[in-house]
Ligand binder design. Sequence first.
Ligand code: NDP
Ligand code: 2IT
Length: 444
Amino acid sequence: MSYIDEALERVKAKNASEPEFLQAVEEVLESLRPVIEANEEKYRKEALLERLTEPDRQFKFRVPWVDDNGQVQVNTGYRVQFNNAIGPYKGGLRLHPSVNTGIIKFLGFEQIFKNSLTGLPIGGGKGGADFDPKGKSDREVMAFCQSFMTELCKYIGADVDVPAGDIGTGAREIGYMFGQYKKIKSCYEGVLTGKGLSYGGSLARTEATGYGLLYITEELMKCHGESMEGKTVVISGAGNVAIYATQKAQQMGAKVVTCSDSTGWIYDPNGIDVALLKEVKEVKRARLTEYAAARPDAEYHEGRGVWSVKCDIALPCATQNELHLDDAKLLVANGCKAVCEGANMPTTIDATKYLQENGVWFIGGKAANAGGVATSALEMSQNSERLSWTFEEVDSKLKQIMVNIYHNIDDAAKRYGQEGNYVMGANIAGFEKVAEAMIAQGVV
Ligand code: NDP
Ligand code: 2IT
């Protein structure tokens, strides 16, 4: 049996109850086949794939906090430190009721390759809790964040592990967590990214994931003789990534006609009103029905459905496994040219294959949404030198990083005779650097 198949079987047997983690591992290992086969004996002897798929360590802990009625609530917190071969562990904290070990492991595993692709010195990690910030008062969110950090602070540090935002964790939550870290450790250091601008945050970090997604999409279009100008774009989600992807797409002259949240979706034929969307989601933390109420021509639909809208470009920006095979078929039938993932693993494996086989240019999240973590690494640099760069400086570095990622993944795919397979290109380019660093550092 080939080394890849052996390793895959072992991972499946060991992690049978973690479907998202298995999905992420399978996608990566399958696409690494040509690289592993070329170094079969060396990698087998090194147990490289076993080491890569087993986290360095993982923490799971109780998070007790008191709600506004005086009732004690208990959540489960997680931090998975997956791989620090090329830099300190780096990755977001997800606060969502669906969080469990398998979800955090899939995100942490993908983060290894994504962070490597940025070209910056950051390893892979992820964390979070099954806490739902929706409907909670600011005081309740603060109580949760403080309790969460009371435990998490034992395992992180500016040169050890640097968490950031993800679903449910935005500027408010990062602020409360940073305050608690500082209080307990008596140490003012860049231990989190995505901080507020008044206490060490970086300009353009808020916008970075969405903007970066559009910079790589624009480069993809340009390299195929196309531009963003006049294109119709469908976007899912209505959070941090979706909002700033919509804004940048519009600045590039495209028309974004959809957004969605966990209960429904909007079709706005005149183009999404970003200021209104920000007001509804960032300020009021309300449902999309409020958006529709303020825009007479916009339609609100319950459930899922953005992929049924005719478009040139589709950008999934909500959550994992939100674009299924049936959706891929609709996109192809409607003439969609490109799909680039703003979210982590939003497209199922069969949907990805269908899109690729039907000529859709597909860039997976490890490359397409790397702008967020790349700008987090730029925030770490600014914190280390105790300086703040201008918006323009950070934004131009972000753009250059995204353009470089596009060309690196394109070149890696071509090197293995798979031109246009950006999924394979991203996995190979991300893997090569990490594998070299792991082998150089010995069996640790
Ligand atoms: P937010 O919490 O800001 O927004 C998430 C959006 O997705 C919301 O509109 C939310 O709807 C929707 N959503 C969340 N879970 C589900 C679900 N189970 N079903 C349907 N809709 C859902 O998160 P972000 O925008 O930061 O993150 C979005 C995606 O991008 C995630 O996959 C994240 O891992 C990824 N990502 C984020 C980065 C960042 O810098 N923030 C960087 C790279 C990737 P509702 O409002 O109803 O909750
Ligand atoms: O998935 C991701 O890359 C993030 N949520 C951002 C991580 C970070 O450390 O900025």
